[in-house]
Design a protein around this ligand. Structure first.
Ligand code: GDP
Ligand code: IMO
Ligand code: MG
Length: 413
């Protein structure tokens, strides 16, 4: 089999879904391997806009198989709603959507705990999506989680939920009721149960596309801890989250032409001024899951090089270049200054990252509307210069340039 991965290399919302949508044309199977409905992946096809949270973006192609691997966390109620909405838009799921029995279930309690932690002003606020993602992965690690495959035996499910409740010091009064709700909700999902590792490893001659959620700087270990999500978002997470451990043929790192972040945490190149506002307006930078305005800033080549390194990115897909039309100058952060010292390393500690002084190189902007440009050579000279400068700084080829949300607003090199 052949395999490709599309991975966000910043703080999420890099435009992964648009790139997955473009590349899924040549894939047979599209796999999500981590995260949950905290993800918001937007695809525009003509007048239609689709927002995916749990379902792989490949589902829009009627003939593709879509899979949720062991590393994904599933909120059944959210999945149900998402599937309903897609069915209304004409998407079929029968025999082409599968879920690994090992995927953990986001319980109603996980959502409550997430909300409680976020609203407690004595602890560090992360700015989570409040989807219960952190508490669900926590329970998985401390071995009191409930997994997708557990939902289909009333007896085993009761045992699992009992363990969970006792750990969380919950009264067991409503144990039976909780089991019934989950057991009954789950029944309609039983037809999607599939041993994903056996399936993926048996695919000869097929192309598997792994769809990352969130981004490298939100990775539980390599991101800007504690301002991270709770899953392994980097390429290493693919084996853990799907059971497919072969060498990837191509790893495509997705980066926006500028940087954005939702939620709390350090963001060295953040623009809190009119320029930041202008990027937010031109790029319509509002979260697809929570509607929160995204913080906007210049491209950070220090952070990008780190992400490219830890993911072994082969090529970069650069998105939203059209959004930068109309800026007189465009800055790229090439190094950080910490005190008197310059560094090109991404600090491991959030408090250090919060205090770095970005060192910029200045590029000239362009005014032309590039959203209908089809060839690299037809881009304005300064846009080409910008891309070439990024390639030089990242030491990586930019093979895909996205100039709009639609499939045909894509330049291949
Ligand atoms: P993801 O989470 O990485 O899949 O990204 P999101 O879907 O959350 O956010 C990206 C947003 O940018 C979506 O609204 C996309 O439709 C849009 N988008 C993607 N590529 C481009 C592009 O090249 N130009 C513009 N203007 N918008 C884009
Ligand atoms: P996609 O896949 C952007 C952020 C949240 C918060 C932190 C932890 O659309 O790129 P969580 O709810 O995961 O515990 O929140 O991570 N976050 C995202 N930011 N895009 C996402 O997904 C995100 N998923 C989580 O805003 O800062
Ligand atoms: Mg998103």
């Amino acid at each position: 089999m052949r395999s490709k991965a599309v991975l966000g290399c910043a703080w999420g919302d890099e435009g992964k879904a648009k790139i997955v949508d473009v590349l899924a044309k040549d894939a047979d199977v599209v796999v999500r391997f981590q995260g949950g409905n905290n993800a918001g992946h937007t695809i525009k096809v003509g007048k239609n806009k689709f927002v995916f949270h749990l379902i792989p973006s490949g589902i829009l192609y009627p003939e593709k198989i879509c899979v949720l691997g062991s590393g994904v966390v599933i909120d059944l109620f959210s999945l149900d709603e998402e599937m309903k909405a897609l069915k209304e838009q004409g998407v079929e799921f029968q025999n082409r959507f599968f879920i690994d029995p090992r995927a953990h279930i986001v319980l109603p309690l996980h959502r409550q705990l997430d909300g409680k932690a976020e609203n407690d002003n004595r602890t560090t606020k992360i700015g989570t999506t409040k989807c219960g993602i952190g508490p669900c992965y926590t329970d998985a690690i401390i071995r009191i989680g409930v997994r997708f495959g557990d939902l289909f035996s009333r007896k085993y499910l009761t045992e699992r939920i009992k363990n969970n409740s006792i750990y969380h010091l919950e009264k067991l009064d409503s144990l039976e009721e909780n089991v019934e709700i989950l057991f009954n909700t789950a029944r309609k999902f039983q037809k999607y149960l599939l041993q994903v590792p056996y399936y993926l490893n048996s695919l000869k001659e097929k192309m598997i596309l792994f769809e990352g959620a969130q981004g490298s700087l939100l990775d539980i270990f390599f991101g800007t801890y504690p301002f991270v999500t709770s899953s392994h978002t980097i390429s290493g997470g693919i084996a853990i989250g799907s059971g497919f451990s072969h060498h990837l043929d191509r790893t495509i790192g997705v980066l926006k032409s500028y940087y954005t972040r939702v939620g709390e945490g350090p963001f060295p190149t953040e623009l809190k001024d009119e320029i930041g506002k202008m990027i937010r307006q031109q790029g319509n930078e509002f979260g697809a899951t929570t509607g929160r305005p995204r913080r906007c800033g210049w491209f950070d080549a220090v952070a990008a090089r780190f992400a490219i390194m830890i993911n072994a990115v082969d090529e970069v897909a650069l998105t939203c270049l059209d959004v930068l039309s109309g800026f007189e100058k465009i800055m790229i952060c090439t190094k950080y200054k910490i005190g008197e010292e310059e560094t090109d390393q991404f600090p491991a500690r959030a408090d250090i990252l919060a205090n770095v002084v970005p060192q910029y190189t200045e590029m000239l902007g362009w005014n032309e509307d590039i959203s209908r440009t089809k060839e690299f050579f037809d881009l304005p000279k300064n846009a080409k210069n910008y891309i070439q400068k990024l390639e030089e700084l990242l030491e990586t080829k930019i093979t895909i340039i996205s100039v709009g949300p639609e499939r045909d607003q894509t330049i291949f090199r």
